[in-house]
Design a protein around this ligand. Structure first.
Ligand code: ATP
Ligand code: MG
Length: 452
């Protein structure tokens, strides 16, 4: 993309309404525009990051054997009356009446709808295990929408639902989700710690929330500092292997890590003093096992191997796709702007032309642009007739992890400059070497499957 032809409405001033850094930077970098309280338009740069996050979520869900689909945003109230949640959900639910006076609602989540679908089609254990998911807009009429996309009213969520013949199988699905979530967040450059949580209005027994530590987080969390040493990394795992998934669950949830609702002071005090931590966290996901609660309301039953009709064991599993943009920025920024992790960056590499209009500099930039594209990368070329300082400030603000700077002086010696946004370190090299280096950096961040 050439910046002269893009739509990147960056703001010079710090917007007064934004209380936290991620919200300020998303507004300043021209990523989002508020349309009404808690409802945003995704401007081109923000939309690109949103799509990248969504793609990683899809890839890791599909890798775990979960199946993508799409359910509507508007739901019939009848579904929710069946489960008893139409009344229980309260004022957070946006209720709508259509022209025929039928009660509808904008879905805050989809347990009812998916259970009704599965109850319609699945009759035998042979169709199981089954995990269906979608990435769809949700609406919750939050009392206090704030912090930009972190607590919106309309927000994008991945929600997945597992259907299993027994509790044991459903707990395997729970563990599988935990593993897939660890991988998902790590690919986005985030450490999200699974913590024992409270199940709230969904109801149920087992639940863990995934929290990104940040001072601006809305949750108070308690943990053993050893949990922050854990990473999943690039280990191989067979998602069908129950023992292997259980081992990861035990490893990542075996130490004390809890949200305030489940905090137990006596247990916490057993941790050696120097390892006790009380901090704030941003909830970026949650997994639940809740047994047969919804399958019983909707008659989602199957015949098991013994020929008995049994209700399906279920769980639901959510990732806050749009909230993740805020969480990533909270975890990765400096005074000059955003620092995107390579996995989610809107463009792979910036190209800054220090002397637009200089024949040699222009040609070198065009050459870099074509070479990066030939490597399957997406560069953002600042080809505007602006001062170098302004170009650098824009690149720093929008946070591309790598920048190639091209100027007549360097070109005399056959070099350009490759700069890391994170460390600020620059290195001179030939344009070919810069392209090769950038391609090598992104090699581990390529798409892993295309089965969406
Ligand atoms: P919270 O406690 O933050 O209100 P929740 O526990 O009600 O969230 P879930 O039902 O678990 O949310 O939804 C799954 C994920 O969707 C959450 O982990 C969070 O990342 C995201 N999410 C929930 N509410 C919002 C919101 N208002 N704006 C943006 N993302 C949200
Ligand atoms: Mg939650």
């Amino acid at each position: 993309m050439r910046l002269s032809r893009y739509f990147l409405p960056v703001l010079k001033e710090t917007p007064a309404e934004a209380q936290i850094v991620s919200h300020r930077l998303m507004l300043r970098a021209g990523m989002i525009k508020q349309q009404s309280a808690g409802i945003y338009s995704w401007l081109p740069l923000g939309y690109k990051v949103l799509r990248n996050i969504e793609r990683i979520v899809h890839e890791e869900q599909i890798r775990a054997g979960h199946i993508p689909m799409l359910m509507p945003t508007l739901q019939s109230a009848d579904l929710w009356k069946k489960s008893g949640r139409y009344d229980a959900y309260g004022p957070e639910m946006l209720r709508i009446r259509d022209r025929h006076d039928r009660d509808m609602l904008y879905g805050p989540t989809n347990e009812e709808m998916i259970t009704e679908i599965v109850a319609n089609y699945v009759t035998s254990y042979k169709a199981l295990p089954l995990t269906l998911y979608h990435i769809q807009w949700k609406f919750r009429d939050e009392v206090r929408p704030r912090f930009g996309v972190m607590r919106g009213r309309e927000f994008l969520m991945k929600d997945g639902y597992n259907f299993d013949v027994s509790k044991e199988e459903a707990l395997h699905a729970y563990n599988r989700h935990l593993v897939s979530y660890l991988r998902t967040y790590e690919r986005m450059g985030l450490q999200a710690i699974p913590m024992r949580a409270d199940s709230g209005p969904i109801g149920g027994d087992d639940t863990h929330e995934f929290l990104v530590l940040a001072d601006t987080g809305e949750s108070e969390v308690f943990y053993d500092s050893e949990v922050t040493d854990l990473t999943f990394g690039d280990r191989e795992i067979d998602y069908d292997d129950k023992a292997a998934c259980q081992a990861v669950m035990d490893e990542f949830t075996g130490r004390y890590a809890r949200t305030d609702e489940t905090h137990d002071e006596a247990l916490f005090n057993e941790i050696p003093e120097e390892r006790k931590r009380v901090a704030r966290g941003i909830e970026v996901g949650q997994i639940f096992y809740f047994g047969t609660k919804y399958s019983e309301s909707f008659g989602a039953m199957v015949q098991n191997e013994a020929g008995e009709r049994v209700p399906l064991h279920m769980g639901s599993h959510g990732i806050g796709v749009s909230r993740l943009l805020g969480a990533i920025i909270e975890a990765s920024h400096d005074d000059n702007g955003i620092i995107w992790p390579e996995g989610v960056t809107p463009f792979h590499c910036g190209i800054v032309n220090l002397k637009q209009g200089d024949a040699e500099a222009d040609a070198a930039c065009e050459g870099l642009y074509a070479a990066l594209e030939a490597e399957g990368l997406e560069p953002l070329y600042d080809d505007r007739n602006e001062r170098a300082g302004g170009k650098f400030a824009t690149m720093d603000l929008i946070g591309l992890p790598w920048r190639i700077t091209v100027g007549p002086r360097g070109l005399k010696n056959g070099v350009v400059e490759l700069t890391s946004r994170k460390t600020g370190e620059s290195e001179e090299m030939s344009p070919e070497a810069a392209v090769a280096r950038v391609a090598e950096i992104y090699a581990p961040h390529r798409s892993v499957n295309a089965g969406i």
